[in-house]
Design a protein around this ligand. Sequence first.
Ligand code: ADP
Length: 225
Amino acid sequence: MSDPVLSLSGIYKAYNKGKPGEVAVLKGVDLAITPGEVVALVAPSGAGKSTLLHIAGLLDTADTGDVAIGGAVMSGRSDRKRTEARRRDVGFVYQFHHLLPEFSALENIVLPQLANGVAQAAAEARARDLLTRVGIDHRADHRPAALSGGEQQRVAVCRALANKPKLLLADEPTGNLDPATSDRVFDALMVLTRETGLAALIATHNLELAGRMDRVLHLQDGRLV
Ligand code: ADP
């Protein structure tokens, strides 16, 4: 069997450790996501979804426990190694699109590829292909302000996948959208994850969307059930 794309074992995380305001957020999280698997992470606000996604995506470190991406254990690696792994292997989508306002939709998908050493022509071709697959290639030259919320978020999904990551992490990617738009963004996300065989962990409040993923995990009292 191939290695899990993401493996978390025994993850503990508390904020304000040892101080009066200490909050234990994650209390022994174990998780393995295999290639091609799309997993929903469901929990009420404040339960620790963002904390878990940040640790899985190497943006934050756990107090104890191991994070492995593509079989490579990241705990204890230098910041430089973790940043390299994050840039190469992980794509993020947030609740708000965080697109660069001065650049077109296409350029927002091209720039992270240039930063990764991809040549301009190849980066543009990939960006156009991604935009076509999510049905908004006709919006390629528009800046984010000229796009609808759903279109902005579909561009953000394309940007997250621009560098062909192994793992997609999404934090309430449709949380800011009306139900019809939310469906369209989710469809785009599923089309791209299915086509690329990448693994995804998607935090959502939306149980209907969660039900369309391969597996639904609930974060309850610091553990996944
Ligand atoms: P969710 O994404 O499920 O809403 P978070 O992971 O953002 O939850 O937060 C989980 C808990 O940790 C919350 O009680 C939050 O207030 C607390 N928390 C998050 N980040 C910090 C921080 N940097 N310092 C202190 N407490 C934090």
